[in-house]
Design a protein around this ligand. Structure first.
Ligand code: UGA
Length: 463
């Protein structure tokens, strides 16, 4: 932000979005305070540790550190800040609705701590149902009223489109920045904040080990109504999930008719109206976002009497992908009782230790129910999995070769790069039955067949 005055920002919520975004804005020279009530996390950050697995985040934090303050209580909150950015979690409730408890608490705390005369803008980056930004404004106003403060509150919606594991890259090279606001004052301030990204003029100190895109047009600055911005976020995630479910459905047809889904995906993706991304067939999408956001948009539709049949089909197809794995195993092995099954990959996608909404969970649960003996390997997600499912009788394997020993089948659930180049020929010899289900179409088929494997991919032609 050379030549421009720094902004004073308070970010609330140090998840992968909050922490990465705080570090990005601080690395541009702004004065950023990051508040999270998780004392452990804040302590780690203060000690210079990076509490989550994000490519380039460690290096980014090093650049950002002089401008970054970490706090773990509202007692240290300073309302003489220009921007308050809310990035707390909005998890899914049992019924598929969005749990807004944290957002409400944060809004009320802001109202309680707001000092008379200060006028920060409150930005909602958390993914929230349409209308929540206005609710946040009301929650703050209710608290101010109790304290007899009469103050105009500016709120705005600024959804994020960061992929986990690629959050630093996506922050620096976004396709668009969406701002939902009806105030030109808010627009001006946010344009100032985002100007190094909009103009692609990062400070020279920001040398990160992140490959720059070959050709990246400057991001589009899109100002919308507040409710449109909120809906853009849900619609984007639902659309991406729909693309994957679409290709997965076509993959099932491809399998039956003898076509190869990787060729079909390439053939349709080259049509620029369709595009190649999010057309990788597999055993389904998961994560902390697609499952909760598709359920949330479905429920928002229901509330308004709109049947969201495409979104519903998107979710249904995803469920069927997991069932496909089990049926393939049964087809190959018959009764699964006491069969040793090795699971390659636990995280919901590679390069993260996040297991929220991971496909591995339902597959393992079902296999345990059927009496199979389960062994799992993941390069980094084992600790998370063990902590989350402490009662599940699973063998956690540290040396990847051991997962093949005496196994009747292997299921590749997450496409970690290292799984592609394992010495499958040698490993096959250790197995009881040589069955492999390649749930991400990662592996080269010919050498596997040569090694005696019975190979099952998702919609791939391998006869
Ligand atoms: C997703 C969106 O991609 C981000 O734009 C959004 O900001 C984020 O949710 C969010 O709402 O915060 P993320 O959950 O990190 O990001 O995951 P993705 O990389 O998009 O992958 C989601 C799932 O789709 C994974 O299980 C992945 O394996 C699967 N996938 C992805 C496929 O099966 N096929 C594909 O072609 C692409």
């Amino acid at each position: 932000m050379e030549g421009e005055q720094k902004l004073r920002i308070t970010m609330i919520g140090a998840g992968y979005v909050g922490l990465t975004t705080a570090a990005i804005f601080a690395s541009f020279g702004n004065d950023v305070t990051l508040l999270d009530i998780n004392k452990d996390k804040i302590e780690k950050l203060k000690q210079g540790e990076v509490p989550i697995f994000e490519e380039g985040l460690g290096e980014l934090l090093e650049v950002a550190r002089p401008n970054l303050t970490f706090i773990s209580s509202w007692g240290s909150f300073n309302s003489k800040t220009e921007l308050i950015i809310i990035t707390v979690g909005t998890p899914m409730k049992e019924n598929g609705d969005v749990d807004l408890t944290s957002v409400e608490k944060v809004a009320k705390s802001i109202g309680q701590k707001w000092s008379n005369g200060s006028q920060p803008i409150v930005i909602i980056k958390s993914t929230v149902p349409v209308g929540t930004t206005y609710r946040v404004k009301e929650w703050i106003e209710e608290e101010l009223k109790k304290r007899e403060i009469n103050q105009e509150i500016y709120v705005a919606s600024n959804p994020e489109f960061l992929r986990e594991g690629l959050a630093v890259y996506d922050s620096l090279y976004p396709d668009r920045i969406v701002i939902g606001t009806d105030s030109s004052h808010v627009q001006d301030l946010l344009k100032r904040l985002y100007s190094p990204i909009l103009n692609q003029t990062f400070p020279l100190s920001l040398k990160l080990p992140i490959q720059q895109p070959d050709h990246q047009p400057k991001p589009v600055w899109l100002v919308t109504e507040i409710k449109s911005a909120e809906l853009i976020k849900y619609a984007a995630n639902a659309f991406l999930a729909m693309k994957i479910s679409f290709i997965n459905e076509i993959a099932r047809l491809a399998e039956k008719v003898g076509a190869d889904i990787t060729e079909v995906a390439e053939g349709i993706g080259l049509d620029q109206r369709i595009g190649t991304s999010y057309l990788k067939a597999g055993i389904g999408w998961g994560g902390g976002c697609f499952p909760k956001d598709t359920s949330a948009i479905l429920n928002q539709g229901k509330e308004k009497g709109i049947e969201m049949s495409l979104v519903k089909a998107t979710i249904d197809v995803n469920q069927k992908q997991k069932e496909w794995v089990i049926s393939k195993l049964k087809e190959a092995l018959g009764d699964l009782k006491n069969k040793e099954i090795g699971i390659l990959g636990l995280s919901f996608k590679p390069n993260t230790d996040d297991i929220r909404g991971a496909i591995s969970i339902e597959i393992i649960e079902k296999l345990l129910e059927l009496g199979a003996a389960i062994k799992v390997y993941d390069p980094i997600a084992i600790d998370n999995f063990r902590k989350t499912y402490p009662k599940w009788k699973i063998k956690y394997i540290k040396k990847i070769e051991e997962i093949f020993e005496h196994s009747h089948a292997i299921i590749l659930v997450t496409e970690w790069k290292q799984f592609k180049t394992l010495p499958y020929g040698e490993l096959a010899k250790k197995m009881e039955d040589k069955i492999i289900i390649d749930g991400r179409n990662l592996l080269d088929i010919a050498p596997l067949i040569e090694a005696g494997f019975q190979y099952f991919g998702v919609g791939r032609n391998y006869s």
